[in-house]
Design a protein around this ligand. Structure first.
Ligand code: GLU
Length: 610
């Protein structure tokens, strides 16, 4: 996303103005004078990769001053809350996977947004049908209790070496001094203009006095968010979950701050102070699987990425020998992904509410049976039915969910290309973090919390809504439940040594983007920077022979060869924006960020060697 360096045009005119402010671009030397940050860097001493040069720089600043990979990831995330506010921030949530080198173990921290205790399912239905998706997207009803801040504070308390007050400093600086609006930020604002105009604090923060997005080159400041981060630096997470920020969140959710004259129907939500006070960031064991000698650690439920990726790769290992041609291999990859998504959709949900047959889904025997159809040579032409993992479940308890035939799929299924962001960090001591965070859709709920400078999420649109209000579904909404997510931070090891850490945004395409990148790197031997740039294809159990794909994939020889096998492709534009770190046997690392999608990202290492 952000490839522009700090603007030198910061204007003092902005100081002390309203909730947000920007100054128009100052005249400056030609664009040629600007240096684009690198999307790949190799070296020692740790590294970081994000979509934004300021976030990566903040992580490096922390690493250089002796902070660890967890400190660096939180520093980067808090800067992204300023520079990438339409994708992530303290109004949202995330999944953090960390390798703790001294203890030699992997942990995951679930700080997914949660449905308020008063969010009875019936509130999301009217006249016997689910409320229109378009209404839920911008409504108090789709705001989940935000998890990011408790996630950051717990990550630092348990695994970090710096205080929240220390790691927030770079973000406070960027929010106060401002950053240069680039084409991506401008475009994302433009997509949201109608919604922002309808909410007084959102228009005041993100739009100029003429009600239009700030132009490219303007300096954008967020004094409200700087103040919020300072409050948190002084008072810790409680100020957000029990104090004045909690009150402001509840007030925004229950009395949406509509602009005078706005005609939008904005349904208020039911969040209360107790929902915030009760919020928990949960440490969960990773989903552990193996693939051709590698060990993978992914995110478990309510994330669906870990299990779905593990099942896809188990199916490939059982049914796709290395001797296949690339097109034959990709054919089996697409069919494996189809089967894995059929199972994901049928079984997975918040483990506090759903007892999914995860052990069965992850078993070798299940993959051998489930994938028999992969060995056919024609593309499937209908959606796959879920398999039966229950006989492979062993002693672990699981309950067969009764999945209704018709449910309005979750937002992350419907729209392939939304927002969210992924941060990857490592340090000199060998700790590693893969961290994906989100506010759900681009611009989240569209509602800025007045005076505090951050957008609220609309994560509860990630629940599926069955046609009938009482129909069972593993991902149906319920009070206190976390919606199923596709976010897929992953760590890969071999013989106990780290190989790769990665993740991506992209709604449900996150899982296929991460999966395809793993296959590109581990099976096809592409260097990581090439693997994450390669054209993408995504099969998520479509009702016909078509997979979604990027134009460059559709134009590729592989697509032509897959076409001969009956596959078809729908152009959905760019998918995802990965960041990754590759760990080399000589102790160096290559940090790599998406080179072009979403404007391209930034990767840095503490001591470059090339
Ligand atoms: N809300 C989505 C999820 O948790 C992520 C949204 C996105 O990547 O755009 O799976």
């Amino acid at each position: 996303m952000r490839r522009l360096l700090f603007s030198v045009s910061a204007s003092l005119l902005c100081l002390g103005l309203g909730p947000g402010c920007a100054t128009s671009p100052a005249p400056r030397p030609e664009a040629a004078a600007r240096t684009l940050p690198a999307s790949t860097a190799t070296g020692r001493g740790g590294g970081a990769a994000t979509v934004d040069v300021r976030a990566t720089s903040a992580a490096l600043e922390v690493l250089r001053s002796g902070g660890n990979a967890v400190d660096a990831a939180v520093a980067a995330a808090s800067v992204l809350g300023v520079t990438d506010p339409y994708s992530c921030g303290i109004g949202g949530g995330g999944f953090l996977v960390a390798y703790l080198a001294r203890e030699g173990r992997v942990v995951t921290l679930d700080h997914r947004e949660t449905a308020p205790a008063g969010l009875e399912r019936a509130l999301l239905y009217e006249n016997g049908a689910p409320l229109p998706f378009g209404e839920l997207v911008t409504s108090g009803l789709s705001v989940g209790v935000p998890g990011s801040l408790l996630g950051w504070s717990e990550a630092l308390r348990r695994y970090g070496s710096r205080s929240l007050a220390e790691v927030l400093q770079p973000a406070i600086r960027v929010a106060e001094q401002g950053f240069e609006v680039d084409a991506t930020f401008h475009e994302q604002t433009r997509h949201n203009v109608e919604r922002f105009r309808d909410f007084t604090p959102s228009a005041a923060l993100f739009l100029g006095p003429d009600g239009r997005p700030w132009p490219v080159g303007a300096t954008f400041k967020n004094p409200g968010l700087a103040r919020t981060y300072r409050l948190v630096a002084e008072g810790g997470a409680p100020v957000f979950y029990r104090g004045e920020i909690a009150r402001a969140i509840v007030s925004t959710v229950t009395r949406p701050p509509l602009a005078p004259g706005a005609s939008r129907t904005v349904r208020p939500g039911v969040m209360r102070m107790e929902d915030l006070a009760r919020y928990e960031a949960i440490v969960r064991p990773p989903v552990t699987s193996t693939y051709r000698g590698y060990t993978l650690y992914g995110m478990g439920s309510p994330g669906s990425g870990g299990v779905t990726l593990a099942l896809t790769l188990n199916l490939l290992e059982a049914h796709a020998p290395a001797s296949l041609s690339r097109a034959e291999f990709l054919h089996r990859y697409l069919e494996a992904s189809r089967l894995a998504f059929a199972d994901r959709n049928a079984f997975l949900g918040d483990p506090a509410f759903v007892s999914a047959p995860e052990a069965g889904l992850l078993s070798r025997e299940y993959a051998v049976r489930r994938g028999a159809t992969l060995e056919g040579t024609r593309a499937s032409t209908t959606a796959a039915l879920p398999g039966n993992p229950f006989p492979h479940q062993g002693p672990a308890r699981a309950v067969l969910p009764r999945v209704p035939e018709v449910a309005r799929p979750a937002a992350e299924e419907q729209v392939p290309n939304k927002e969210t962001t992924h941060i990857t960090t490592s340090d000199a001591a060998g700790n590693i973090v893969a961290y994906t965070c989100t506010i759900e859709g681009e611009g989240g709920n569209g509602m800025v919390v007045p005076g505090y400078g951050f957008l609220l999420n609309n994560e509860l649109t990630d629940f599926d809504l069955p046609a009938a209000v009482d129909a069972p579904h593993p991902n149906a909404p319920a009070p206190g439940k976390r919606p199923r997510s596709s976010m897929s931070p992953v760590l890969v090891f071999k013989d106990g040594a780290p190989v790769l850490a990665l993740g991506s945004p992209g709604g449900a395409t996150i899982i296929t983007t991460v999966g395809q990148t793993l296959v590109n790197h581990l099976d096809f031997g592409m260097p990581i920077e090439q693997a994450l740039a390669a054209p993408r294809v995504s099969q998520r159990n479509s009702p016909d022979h078509r997979s979604q794909a990027e134009p460059a994939f559709i134009a590729s020889p592989e697509a032509a060869a897959l076409g001969e096998l009956g596959h078809g492709f729908t152009d959905v534009g760019p998918m995802g924006a990965l960041t990754a770190i590759r760990f080399h046997p000589d102790g160096t690392v290559t940090a790599a960020a998406e080179p072009t999608r979403r404007g391209g990202g930034s990767a840095m290492v503490v001591e470059p060697v090339k």
